[in-house]
Design a protein around this ligand. Sequence first.
Ligand code: ADP
Ligand code: MG
Length: 238
Amino acid sequence: MKKTKSKSRVSTGITGVDSMIDGGLPHGSVVGLSGPAGVGKSIFAMHFLLEGAKNGEKCVYICLEEPRENIDRNLSNLKFGSQILEFEKKGKIKILNFSYNDYEKIHKDLFHKIAEDNKVTRLVVDSFNGFFTYTTGVASSESTEQNILLRKMISNSFDLFRKQGLTTLLTLENDTEFPNYFNHIVSFMVDGEINLDFLSFGSIERRIFVKKMRWTKQYDSSLPFEIGKNGISVKKEE
Ligand SMILES: Nc1ncnc2c1ncn2[C@@H]1O[C@H](COP(=O)(O)OP(=O)(O)O)[C@@H](O)[C@H]1O
Ligand SMILES: [Mg+2]
């Protein structure tokens, strides 16, 4: 199959995902990772950070809401969790976790602080909703003024990420039963969106689907995936 490699690719660290998107995320792109609670977004993010660190890249993980103990507990569930902590000690992975109280003090120039360190190549914001809901209040389709403000803020932060050459993964909390207007706006603005979801066939199955990926010949149907000690593995459909 002929590939459309107009941009160099950044491996997600998950082989089965990379092969759905021409080998990885487009370098310098801003990609949303959407899905409901517990589907595997944060674990996906960990693969992405670890892959960067293994390549000698410097990676930043901004985590909102989760206290550090929870991050550590989640990492201890994964075989590669200890590698992430090793890379953190070496300064290759920076884990910045904020409670809303801390966050209030620094949110204004947080993105700029990251951008100042031009050695950083990978950024994860987990979750991007949390970040903006706090800053602007909840977006609703009724308030035009607020939506314009929100779009401007999102657009400014994306410009900053792109200017820095960061490849950025933003987790987006969503639930098909309760569509969320913020995610709706973000879907149009990101360069790509990977969706993780649960499907129920009597038993629950997880599925991954690439909704959008600029500069990429994307895989056009969903695939099942599993989570285990080694994190996420995408299964090939028979
Ligand atoms: N070692 C493991 N084996 C099997 N499943 C696991 C393991 N570690 C985590 N999980 C699954 O991953 C889920 C959490 O994934 P996470 O990435 O935190 O979700 P999200 O960030 O989308 O809310 C847990 O609910 C659990 O089902
Ligand atoms: Mg999470």
